[in-house]
Design a protein around this ligand. Structure first.
Ligand code: DUR
Ligand code: ZN
Length: 188
C-alpha cells in the first residue's frame, strides 16, 4: 500500500500565498534573505569549480543577539574550495558553522537561502542537508534562487526525509547500560 506524497512545488505555492507571508516570512524578511544570499555569492572562493554559491540564514527574531530585534538578522556564507578538492566546503556549511559559533542552535533559524549563477534551482548537497539537520527543524524552508532571482522553496524535511538527528540518539548512559547488560563490553 502506498501513501500519497505531497508535491513539494504545489505545497510551496499554497503556503507561499497565505496571510501575505512568503512561506511564513514577512516581505521584509524574504527580501533580506534573498538579497543577502545573492550578494554572498560574490564572496565565494571557487577557483577550481568557478561555481559560486551564496547562503543566508534568517535568524528567528526572538533568538537574535545581542537582543531581539525588528530588523531581520542574517548570517551568510559562501563556498570555500581547496587545492585538495574534497577539502572544500559548501556555502551552507560555512554559514551554519558561523551561526553555531555565535551561539545559535535548533530553534534559531527561520529560513535558509541558497543562490547560484545557474538557470536551474540548486539544492543543498546531501552532506549539507545532514549538517543543517543538526540545527534546524524539518519545517525550516530552504529558498533556492537561480541567477534571475527566481526561487523554488522546499522544507528541510522534504529535502531530507526520515532523517537522523541528535534527537534520535539515546543518551550515552542508556546505551552504556544496554551494552553492559548484554555483557558485550565494559564501559568506563
Ligand atoms: O548546494 C551547494 C552545491 C555546491 N556547492 C559548492 C561546492 C563546490 O565548491 C562547488 C561545486 O560543487 O559548489 C555549494 O556550496 N552548495
Ligand atoms: Zn553542500
Amino acid at each position: 500500500m502506498s501513501t500519497a506524497i505531497p508535491d513539494p512545488v504545489a505545497t510551496a505555492l499554497v503556503s507561499s500565498e497565505q496571510n501575505g507571508l512568503v512561506h511564513g516570512l514577512s516581505a521584509a524578511e524574504f527580501q533580506i534573505l534573498s538579497l543577502t544570499c545573492i550578494e554572498a555569492k560574490a564572496t565565494a572562493y571557487c577557483p577550481y569549480s568557478l561555481f559560486r554559491v551564496g547562503a543566508s540564514l534568517l535568524i528567528n527574531p526572538n533568538t537574535a543577539t545581542p537582543s531581539p530585534t525588528s530588523t531581520p538578522a542574517i548570517i551568510t556564507g559562501a563556498n570555500v574550495e581547496n587545492a585538495s578538492y574534497p577539502v572544500g566546503t559548501c556555502a551552507e556549511r560555512v554559514a551554519m558553522g558561523t551561526a553555531v559559533i555565535q551561539g545559535h542552535r535548533i530553534g534559531s533559524f527561520k529560513a535558509i537561502g541558497v543562490a547560484t549563477d545557474m538557470d536551474d534551482f540548486c539544492s543543498p548537497c546531501g552532506m549539507c542537508r545532514q549538517y543543517l539537520r543538526e540545527f534546524c527543524e524539518n519545517e525550516v524552508p530552504i529558498f533556492m534562487f537561480n541567477k534571475r532571482g527566481e526561487y523554488r522553496v522546499m522544507t528541510l524535511g522534504e529535502l531530507l526525509p526520515m532523517s537522523f538527528g541528535p534527537d534520535k540518539l539515546p543518551s550515552r548512559e542508556v546505551l552504556a547500560r544496554g551494552l553492559e547488560e548484554e555483557g558485550k563490553t565494559k564501559v568506563a
